[in-house]
Design a protein around this ligand. Structure first.
Ligand code: PRX
Length: 651
């Protein structure tokens, strides 16, 4: 198999490593922490046994006969075990003393508040599972979910899990085309959506958008619509059903469908370097073990905590650290529908104060936005209930880390910088609060039971310095494949070295064996913590009737981490003005979603190409970053570059 030639993003290393302070855990935190130092050594001695012990804390219908069967790249965890994940997330709490404990404390963007106890959540999940069954959904069927962050999103996911249906959640900010492609790729039989959603005071017409997708989704038989507001919509009799009407008549109890540990639990699409999103498949037993264990030790969850992860369930963070991990631990959590700056920039801090949030998990891009808006917003509120802070989604710059520590955590909350991916299912590299000293900008060390190393191109371990992040042993929550595409699974993750997982990130290891994840080294760009494929944006732009050619590069952005710059060649005599540029950006947003919008579009008569016609994106990136241009000797026409450079600088 062809090996991928890639290079680590060296320009970022300096940025991260100028901060050298080390923060030791406080004795008070350590004393009460769920994780103790010995856990590292115990797990290292026998990682499989460690995971087996943790799996034993979940509810199983039938115990597994073998903990791990590993024939790279295929892993089977808890072989022969049978379970239904909702029994761990719900049933055990109903009978075990948490029946009246708050499971979800929800706030809508316009300000409505709703609390659901474990009993109420259990009842609604059972009822909705019966609804799904009554509309013909069976074990193994795929169900697409396109909802805002409302409790019904969690209910829908768990209801699918209750009957063994495979959910595929599509983020509500994705366009009709993106929804259509995801529905068709895994041939979903049903779509669960809402009449609309609120975002920054605007209404997102979800059902209207879904109707556009459904013009070309032959596998969809039924659509269930949650009524979020009074939004106008078209109702297709026979196909469309109101959630609240169906729930009225549904039975309160639905017997769980027992699944093999290795049966699929969900598919979640993430961007890919070819432009076509990859349907990442996760299974029941291993995934639940991974998210349960990491939630317990990384977030140090206790029964009286109020935990808040600000993610949306449209992303993996919402799957693992809203729906499955916290509920498996019987946690009380806050979920919020809208934007952090609506109606004001202190919305999150007002909520932390209102609910007495103790554990807060967000993204570096959000922290950078809070910094920009100013400390007067958090300073207006009492944040003294907070005891633990977390970040995820992209490298956190030390400046943001220090601000988070001082302004939000008041220097008393450990910060867990957690590295992981859609594909890994759960947290892989992270400090353990109360145990691991932290360094701002470093995700520190592999979680117990995980083996991560820095390797060079040839698979040789780098003991100190930069290289590629590699996961060298199987772990319970690992992806079990890409839906319907085994070859792509092998090519993308398992072809760089023998039997070692390649996550696609560059990283560095320092003299204390601390890991510093530096970012993607492939054609994906991490914008505000979300992965976008430059190929997908390029092919979208080229589909525009005026566009002849396009090249997209990712460049550093103060707030978003990275942003996209597009170099575009137009056909004919189109003269692009501001309005035209906006229209082209909107074209991308309408085709993929707002997060894929290029920050800047530069029009050029030609793109720099090699003599064989390959676009040299590396040189375009140099221009967009104002750097000295790299090697240009292979260019067919070196003058093209100086013209583009001038255009860029004039812009
Ligand atoms: O590049 C890494 C970055 O986000 C990628 C995974 O993105 P996604 O699958 O969307 O999942 C995001 C939420 C888990 C990784 O390949 N990334 C994630 N967390 C960190 C990070 N980069 C540096 N530090 C992190 N803590």
């Amino acid at each position: 198999m062809a090996k991928k030639k890639t290079s680590a993003p060296k320009e970022q290393i300096g940025d991260l490593l100028h901060e050298t302070r080390k923060f030791k855990p406080s004795a008070a935190f350590s004393k009460q922490a769920n994780a103790k130092k010995a856990i590292y050594a115990q797990a290292k001695k026998n990682p499989v046994k460690f995971w087996e012990k943790m799996a034993g804390e979940l509810v199983w219908k039938k115990k597994w006969s073998k903990a791990l069967e590993w024939k790279a790249p295929d892993a089977k965890w808890f072989v022969g075990g049978k379970l239904n994940v909702t029994e761990t997330c719900l049933d055990q709490h109903i009978t075990g003393g948490r029946k009246n404990k708050a499971a979800l404390i929800w706030e809508g963007e316009p300000g409505e508040k709703r609390t659901m106890t474990y009993q109420q959540l259990y009842r609604d999940v059972n009822k909705f599972a019966n609804v799904l069954k009554s509309l013909g959904i069976k074990k193994g069927d795929r169900v697409a979910i396109y909802l805002p962050m409302i409790p019904e999103l969690v209910i829908a996911m768990l209801s699918c899990a209750r009957i063994g249906a495979v959910h595929s959640v599509v983020f509500g900010g994705f366009s009709p085309d993106s929804l259509r492609d995801r529905i068709n790729d895994s041939e979903c039989k049903m779509l669960i959506t809402a009449d609309g959603a609120y975002r920054r005071g605007q209404i997102l017409p979800l059902k209207h958008d879904a109707d556009i997708s459904l013009q070309d989704c032959p596998s969809i038989e039924n659509v269930i619509i949650v009524k979020r507001g009074d939004f106008l919509l078209r109702f297709k009799e026979g196909r469309d059903h109101w959630y609240h009407r169906l729930m009225q008549d549904a039975d309160n109890y639905c017997k769980p469908t027992y699944m093999d540990s290795e049966d699929p639990l969900f598919i979640l699409y993430t961007s890919g370097t070819t432009g076509k999103p990859k349907g990442i498949v996760h299974t029941c037993g291993g995934y639940l073990t991974g998210v349960y264990t990491t939630t317990k030790f990384v977030f140090d969850i206790k029964d009286d905590d109020i935990y808040w992860c600000t993610a949306d369930c449209g992303w993996i963070t919402g799957h693992s650290y809203i729906t499955y991990g916290p509920l498996a631990n019987g946690a009380t959590q806050v979920i919020y529908e809208g934007a952090p700056n609506w109606p004001d920039e202190d919305r999150f801090w007002a909520m932390v104060e209102d609910y007495g949030v103790t554990i807060f998990y967000t993204a570096p891009t959000a922290i950078r936005a809070f910094m920009k808006w100013g400390r007067e917003h958090p300073d207006k509120h009492k944040l003294d209930t907070l005891r633990l802070l977390g970040t995820v989604g992209e490298p956190i710059n030390p400046e943001a880390w220090i601000w988070y520590n001082e302004v939000i955590g008041k220097k008393k909350c450990p910060i867990v910088d957690t590295w992981w991916q859609t594909e890994t299912g759960h947290i892989m590299i992270t400090p353990l609060p109360g145990v691991t000293p932290t360094k701002p900008g470093s995700a520190t060390q592999p979680f117990p039971g995980i083996e991560a190393k820095i390797l060079d191109e040839n698979g040789k371990e780098v003991k100190q310095g930069g290289g590629f992040l590699a996961i060298t042993k199987p772990w319970p929550g690992m992806l079990r494949g890409i839906w319907g595409d085994k070859k792509r699974f092998v090519d993308t993750y398992w072809s760089k070295w023998n039997d070692i997982y390649f996550p696609g990130d560059g990283a560095k290891i320092d003299k204390d064996k601390y890991l510093w994840v530096l970012g993607r080294i492939d054609d994906e760009v991490n914008i505000s913590g979300h992965r976008i494929s430059t190929m997908e944006v390029e092919s979208t732009l080229v589909a525009h009737p005026d566009v002849v050619e396009a090249a997209i590069v990712g460049v550093p952005h103060e707030m978003k981490g990275k942003c996209l710059v597009a170099f575009v060649t137009l056909s004919g005599d189109t003269v692009p003005n501001e309005k035209y540029i906006q229209r082209l950006k909107d074209f991308v947003a309408n085709k993929i979603g707002a997060i894929a919008k290029p920050e800047k579009i530069i029009f050029t008569a030609d793109l720099p190409k090699t003599r064989s016609g390959k676009i040299m994106r590396r040189l375009l990136r140099d221009i967009a970053m104002g750097k000295v241009l790299g090697d240009t000797t292979t260019l067919a026409d070196p003058d093209v570059l100086s013209r583009i450079k001038k255009r860029y600088e004039d812009d």
